[in-house]
Write a protein that binds this ligand. Structure first.
Ligand SMILES: OC[C@H]1O[C@@H](OCCN2CCN(CCCN3c4ccccc4C=Cc4ccccc43)CC2)[C@H](O)[C@@H](O)[C@@H]1O
Length: 480
């Protein structure tokens, strides 16, 4: 747009930065090249191919391990300010174990990628862990094993040491809820365990302590000379009360606390949300447990974890209505869902996507940003993922509509509600391995031909739209 055509209420502040995101297992491929160790997604896809809808895997994916210069060229064409990508733990430390060998070829790959970004004036925003746990660590019990805190602290030190001169923005964990609830609770993601209400609470307990360890390692050993920022990227829905009743409003708040507050409350306000502690303690007692299924932080741990953030990050895609539910009388039911005890549902009128869990509800983004700002004392907020799936095609008008509507709500949160959002990240740069959905659900601004060994990338209409938003910083569609 020429500035003249952009109304001020459609123009993002000059400081606002736009980016796109990917994740290592979803795009890199080269699953066993140059010394990379096996991770839990390699292992799951190879030992249980039916776990993935199209029986595919990330052995090659987008082949970004070899094609990262093509990726940076796309980023340059888009005009993004930053690129959010994740590091493959087992590419850098094949066994994952604290004190185990570091793989120099892995270090070199990420140094080359980061240098290519810096040469193109694109800022790297690095996710240290995006679900691809080294298989050896899973054989030690994975995140439910408290030892994982040590292994993660060693990994964090290796990456700060090797990449911290160029990388100034770090996210320790991507979607810890999915890592633990879907990984160890309901079995929707690797390692596919179903221990809801039990192992998943051990998983998050260790993961939150691991995050705090990494933050303090950065704070004490690297921040002075590197001057960077460290955060964590939890995800949640906007949960809208199904009615004005007090019980529905309490249910909606409880859902936000059980999903986002689970991680943000220890890190921003101190300790797990009281509603989580109270409900899980109470149900554990009714169920005859000697102590609560939700592990306790000691007073020292509460202090150690509180304040381990330099910004607040959020992955947000959709909205759910929430209704209070009759108390789960069958106390024999042990699960996160029965601890949370709410009913959630979509409105039938909300536009669908290619993902069963994602409906298009733009106003939910504005409400969620306001809730985050109010609940965590008006922090600087990065939106680290937002996007929509379809089943493919280059004329992705519904993706353009999704981005325009969601970005419009982000802008209203900034300009009308005073929420301090400073970054927005579109998921994803290109179609990639969508976990248990394989290659059947597409989120990319660029399409990838997975039938062609060259994995050619082709820009979609949404790529042109997003690059015009970035260059004009405005949302009107009729940019000439
Ligand atoms: O996915 C896109 C990207 O986003 C991120 O995952 C995004 C994180 N997503 C991963 C998928 N997950 C879906 C499970 C929730 N779900 C169900 C829960 C229990 C039983 C059945 C269900 C089936 C359907 C549902 C319908 C309505 C509500 C909730 C439903 C939601 C969070 C991730 O960071 C990226 O790597 C990823 O590629």
């Amino acid at each position: 747009c020429k500035e003249a055509t952009c109304a001020t209420n459609q123009t993002f502040p000059n400081y606002f930065k736009f980016g796109v995101a990917t994740a290592s297992y979803q795009v890199e491929g080269a699953w066993n090249e140059d010394g990379k160790g096996e991770n839990i997604w390699d292992h799951l896809c190879h030992t249980n191919p039916d776990f993935v809808d199209d029986r595919s895997n990330g052995d090659i994916a987008c082949d970004s391990y070899h094609k990262y210069k093509d990726d940076v060229a796309m980023l340059k064409d888009l005009g993004v300010d930053f690129y959010r990508f994740s590091l493959s733990w087992s590419r850098l430390i094949p066994l994952g174990l604290a004190g185990s060998p570091v793989n120099q070829a892995g270090i070199d790959y990420y140094k080359n990628l980061i240098q290519e970004l810096v040469n193109n004036n694109i800022e790297p925003l690095v996710t240290i862990f995006h679900w691809d746990l080294p298989e050896t660590l899973q054989e030690y019990g994975g995140f439910p094993n408290p030892e994982s805190e040590e292994h993660f602290a060693y990994y964090a030190r290796v990456v700060f040491e090797n990449f911290g001169d160029s990388v100034k923005y770090w996210l320790t964990f991507n979607e810890p809820l999915q890592t633990c609830h879907e990984g160890y609770g309901i079995g929707f993601t690797a390692p596919g365990y179903k221990s809801s209400g039990l192992a998943e609470y051990k998983c998050t307990h260790t993961l939150i302590k691991a995050h705090a360890r990494a933050y303090h390692v950065y704070d004490e050993e690297f921040r002075t000379q590197q001057q960077g920022y460290v955060g964590i990227a939890p995800d949640t829905y906007w949960y809208e009360p199904a009615s004005g009743s007090v019980s529905d409003q309490e249910a909606a708040e409880r859902a936000l606390q059980f999903t986002y507050g689970w991680f943000a409350n220890p890190i921003f306000n101190g300790n797990y949300p009281s509603v989580m502690i109270e409900r899980i303690d109470e149900r554990s007692k009714l169920q005859g447990f000697a102590s609560s299924r939700l592990p306790k932080f000691t007073d020292e741990e509460v202090e150690y974890i509180k304040g381990t953030h330099d910004f607040l990050a959020i992955n947000a895609y959709s909205t759910l209505y929430v209704q209070a539910k009759e108390e789960e009388v069958d106390t024999a039911v042990i699960s996160y869902d029965s601890d949370l005890n709410v009913d959630t549902f979509f409105d039938d009128s909300w536009e669908e996507s290619a993902s069963s869990w994602l409906r298009v509800v733009p106003w939910g983004m504005r409400k969620l940003l306001n809730w985050l700002s109010k609940t965590y004392n008006h922090p600087e907020i990065f939106i680290t993922e937002n996007g929509v799936s379809d089943t493919g095609g280059l004329n992705d008008d519904r993706r353009i509509n999704y981005y325009r509507e969601y970005l419009s709500n982000v802008l209203e949160a900034i300009l009308d509600d005073g929420v301090n959002v400073t970054r927005y990240t579109a998921w994803s740069l290109m179609d990639n391995f969508e976990w248990a959905r394989g290659y059947t659900e597409k989120y990319g601004l660029y399409s990838v031909n997975f039938d062609d060994p060259g994995r050619p990338r082709t820009s979609k209409a949404s790529a042109s739209y997003y690059s015009s938003v970035i260059s004009s910083k405005c949302l009107v569609d009729n940019c000439e």
